[in-house]
Design a protein around this ligand. Structure first.
Ligand SMILES: [Mg+2]
Length: 182
């Protein structure tokens, strides 16, 4: 069975506006998300510790937030295609319960949840990854697995397969299956 890694933030739900509002309360000069051309866009505005604290708070309250309208169907289609789905997120282990509750609340299809600071530990065993992080996509390219992500200001200048919605990503993955990408 082919295994696929699916990211959460900015892949299954729209983290950006929530993160922007939270950061703005402590750093009013933070640029608009359309200007977030770097993965660590917050550098120079807030300390790293504060940035990760804000993210943790959001992840602990994950139940408050929705999912992208095509997220459910995307995962169902992957399952129908025979994929084993690993939901993987760069978030603290302490947010596992909140994350799983949210996945169940929105009836998202998955086989396993993996929380860590480096998803590449999963690459050896996986056929593909869907993620918006340019760093993670770089690592996936290096590892030679299929990769795709939703297009965002922080990844669009990199040469990765990027798309505007999850349906397009599914079609791309299907194409990669069809050409027999090992
Ligand atoms: Mg993400």
């Amino acid at each position: 069975m082919r295994k696929i890694i699916v990211d959460i933030d900015n892949t299954l739900w729209d983290l950006t506006p929530v993160l922007y509002e939270q950061i703005r309360t402590v750093a009013p000069l933070i640029p608009l998300p359309t200007e977030w051309h770097q993965w660590d866009f917050w550098r120079g505005y807030i300390p790293e510790k504060v940035a990760y604290g804000i993210l943790r708070d959001i992840h602990m309250q994950q139940y408050k937030f929705g999912v992208y309208p095509d997220a459910g169907k995307f995962l169902i289609n992957l399952r129908k295609k025979g994929f084993y789905i690993i939901i993987a997120s760069h978030r603290e282990k302490g947010t596992l319960n909140a994350t799983e509750e949210w996945l169940k609340k929105h009836q998202l299809t998955f086989d396993e949840v993996h929380l860590s600071h480096d998803k590449s530990v999963l690459f050896g065993d996986c056929w593909a990854i869907v993620d918006d992080s340019p760093t993670t996509l770089d690592k996936a390219e290096k590892a030679g697995i299929v990769r795709a992500g939703l297009r965002n200001p922080w990844n669009e200048k990199k040469n990765h397969p990027l798309f505007d919605n999850l349906e397009e990503i599914y079609n791309y993955l299907q194409g990669q299956c069809a050409v027999g990408k090992p």
